[in-house]
Design a protein around this ligand. Structure first.
Ligand SMILES: Cc1cc2nc3c(=O)[nH]c(=O)nc-3n(C[C@H](O)[C@H](O)[C@H](O)COP(=O)(O)O)c2cc1C
Length: 345
């Protein structure tokens, strides 16, 4: 059995490293190759540009997700509370970090329990899909969802991260049929996400074939988990191996296209290196339904609730002004016809 006592300390390391070190991928998201066609004559009233949507039965004011990050420690609990209050106030969706620590030790459940701070928000539970190969079953998935009264479950895929950790769970063989069982048996939607290296065309096709409710591509260009793991390594050789993967992954813009192509009709979430409301709009125009950010919200939440609210409101305003200047009155009209896409920039 793996040593579960290391889980909370690993979470603390992850927060500290993400806040203090440069952990960005050396790849870019690819969104810089996408521009909106500016409309000098948008024929719209800015105040009527509508950024709202409905997803999994919940109403959101903007197509923005506070991506799955944390829980398991007192500090993480404070961050989750701040993020949840902000999600509720601003009408965003939010995911908590992997709940494995609280499945193993019930006393940590409170660090993930954000429903009281976000009674109306769309909330996602989170577990590593790989745990399904190490003894987790439908019971554990139900427990994660019930623990935080979530609207849906996210299973994350982090094969490369596990491979770089000395204590990683690296047997990914035969995982897809286990994901299929969870998708069939869960009473809530099951979303599968990466953690910053993207979802390929082939993987999106496989995930769609087993009935996932949505795919979050979590592509390259933002937080690089090989860099985060590199900073955790005491062993110099392991650190060098991790650092060799700094430019690994499918850039977010490319991964959206791949998932769109091989899973038509399935909601695609976009994340990985998204930095502002204009990039949120670009992801929507490329075919995403919801756009997630992790690193940027973590930094704001570590400062204060006010800082988090200011950050979110800036992103929401950028999105609305961007849609106005691109001539899109609502999210449905924000499509590829509004874009210029440069292939070799
Ligand atoms: C501190 C931190 C912890 C994270 N923990 C999780 C996690 O437990 N589960 C998960 O699915 N993704 C986790 N992620 C990955 C993010 O959800 C996201 O996919 C990734 O960071 C890319 O987004 P970004 O470039 O906006 O940071 C974490 C990210 C950060 C920054």
């Amino acid at each position: 059995m793996p040593d579960n006592s290391i889980l909370p300390s690993r979470k603390s390391d992850h927060i500290r490293i993400n806040l203090e070190k440069d952990v960005r991928s050396t790849l870019t998201t690819g969104l810089e190759k996408v521009l909106f066609i500016h409309r000098a004559l948008p024929e719209l009233n800015l105040s009527e540009v509508d950024t709202s949507l409905k997803l999994f039965g919940k109403s959101l004011r903007s197509p923005i997700l506070i991506s799955s990050m944390t829980g398991g420690t007192t500090e993480a609990s404070r961050i989750n509370q701040t993020l949840a209050e902000a999600a509720e106030k601003c009408g965003l969706a939010m995911g908590v970090g992997s709940q494995r620590a609280a499945i193993e030790d019930q006393r940590l459940a409170y660090t993930f329990q954000i429903r009281k701070y976000a009674p109306n928000a769309l909330i996602f539970a989170n577990l590593g899909a790989i745990q399904l190969n190490y003894g987790y079953s439908i019971e554990h998935c139900l427990k994660a969802v019930d623990m935080i009264e979530a609207d849906a479950l996210i299973l994350h895929l982090n094969a490369l991260q596990e491979a770089l950790q000395p204590e990683g769970d690296t047997n990914f063989a035969g995982l897809l049929p286990r994901i299929a069982i969870i998708c069939r048996q869960m009473p809530v939607p099951v979303i599968v996400k990466e953690v910053g290296w993207g979802i390929s065309e082939e993987d999106a096709r496989l995930l769609a074939s087993v009935g996932v409710a949505a795919i979050d591509v979590a592509g390259a260009g933002g937080t690089s988990w090989s860099q985060v793991e590199m900073y955790r390594m005491e062993d110099v050789s392991l650190a060098r191996i991790a650092s060799a993967f700094r430019n690994w992954g499918i850039p977010t813009a490319d991964s959206i296209g791949m998932a769109r192509h091989s899973a038509p009709g399935l909601p695609i979430f976009a994340s990985g290196g998204i930095s502002d409301g204009i990039e949120v709009a670009k992801c929507i125009a490329l075919g995403a339904t919801l756009v997630g950010m992790a690193g940027r919200f973590l930094k704001a939440a570590a400062i204060s609730l006010d800082e988090t609210l200011t950050t979110i409101r800036e992103i929401q305003r950028e999105l609305q002004v961007c849609m106005f200047a691109a001539g899109a009155a609502n999210l449905e009209l924000l499509d590829e016809s509004k874009l210029i896409q440069f292939k070799d920039m």
